[in-house]
Design a protein around this ligand. Structure first.
Ligand code: SF4
Ligand code: SF4
Length: 158
């Protein structure tokens, strides 16, 4: 395994937010984003969230633009969901040199900047697994890179 992974987010880039796929939230993500927008969690959920038994995600179709993406970037940046905050240190990328390279096709920050120690990258990947346990249960590998954790079962609705 490599000693680490190079990554540095590129100023002005929003490519990861423009990839197709769902944006999942934890309960804490929901609460934090609502607070950031000055909304009650219930109000935020009614307006933006689609909830199933085990998952919460933004209520937009997989191919649609994230409602928080603006020309200048993420309008809830300080309170963005866990998967957005941790990208590209998702388990599927950290654990596979091949998937890491695939993610580099749309993320210009990959393989740039300082070396992030592998232990640190793995710690972030572990945060992803903990945040979205149902998305990662039993997952060995995933389909092409996108902005969602792996989850083929969740019906796209908007
Ligand atoms: S695609 Fe990569 S470089 Fe661009 S905003 Fe996302 S993380 Fe940063
Ligand atoms: S919540 Fe913000 S960081 Fe996440 S996909 Fe939407 S615009 Fe991008």
């Amino acid at each position: 395994m490599a000693d680490g992974l190079r990554f540095e987010c590129q100023k002005g880039c929003t490519a990861c937010c423009e990839q197709p796929g769902f944006v999942y939230l934890t309960e804490e993500d929901l609460r934090r984003a609502a607070e950031f927008l000055g909304m009650k969690p219930k109000e935020f959920e009614r307006r933006y969230v689609y909830r199933t038994t085990h998952k919460l995600r933004l209520r937009v179709p997989a191919e649609a633009r994230c409602p928080f993406l603006e020309a200048t970037g993420c309008s809830i940046h300080p309170a963005k969901p866990t998967q957005c905050r941790i990208f590209p240190f998702w388990p599927e990328y950290v654990d596979s040199a091949r998937e890491w390279k695939k993610a580099a096709r749309f993320c210009p920050g990959i393989d740039q900047g300082p070396l992030i120690r592998i232990a640190s990258a793995q710690a972030q990947a572990a945060q992803m697994r903990a945040a979205y346990p149902h998305a990662y249960e039993g997952v060995v590998s995933i389909e092409p890179a996108n902005r969602r954790p792996p989850d083929a079962a969740d019906p796209p609705t908007g």
